[in-house]
Design a protein around this ligand. Structure first.
Ligand SMILES: [Zn+2]
Length: 190
């Protein structure tokens, strides 16, 4: 299976993922391929939709970030190096902190577009690992933000959907160009 990064107006990015039901070698292969694409593009997260698949599966790796963050797996503090790259199948946020923070986000599928987005500072997320075991992760800071961004992808949501109309308008030119580029790329790929 050859995978490539999907861009802004490709319909797959608007598709909700199907639940992962089999935790087999194919899933581990997919996980490894997604890590490669994410690293090639210098990303900190990637969702199945971004490589053309409608699945509830994403990868997160924020070890390159300078800031520190809370990272607690099944109730115990976890070293980032042991947790990441983190593979989340069928993830679901079960608790959001009331406290929110604002941070500038970007997305591999929306090159050159950035925007300040407000999200809960801390989350509790329930997900299945590559073996199908249910895990619970408490995270804050950049880790929580990246997980929220990726879970949005699994539901067909892009970070620009969270921008205010005024902020979105500022990006309109870049988005138009990106739409055109995606269209031309898809024509050529046919
Ligand atoms: Zn993204």
């Amino acid at each position: 299976m050859n995978l490539r990064l999907c861009l802004y107006n490709e319909p797959i990015l608007r598709q909700k993922g199907e639940p992962i039901k089999t935790f087999d070698r194919d899933l581990r292969d997919l996980a490894q391929k997604m890590v490669l694409i994410m690293e090639e593009e210098n990303g900190i997260g990637i969702a199945a939709q971004q490589v053309g698949l409608d699945k509830q599966f994403c990868v997160v790796d924020v070890r390159g970030a300078e800031e520190s963050y809370l990272c607690e797996l099944d109730g115990k503090p976890q070293l980032p190096d042991l947790l990441m790259p983190l593979f989340l199948a069928n993830p679901e946020i079960t608790k959001n902190s009331a406290q929110q923070n604002v941070f500038e986000e970007g997305c591999l599928s929306l090159p050159e577009i950035r925007g300040e987005i407000e999200r809960p500072q801390e989350i509790l997320v329930r997900y299945q690992d590559l073996e199908g075991q249910w895990r619970q992760l408490r995270a804050d800071g950049i880790l929580a933000r990246c997980i929220q961004h990726e879970i949005d992808h699994l539901n067909g949501i892009l970070f620009i959907d969270h921008l205010s109309p005024a902020e979105l308008k500022k990006q309109e030119k870049k988005l138009k160009r990106l739409r055109r580029e995606t269209r031309d790329f898809l024509k050529k790929a046919k």
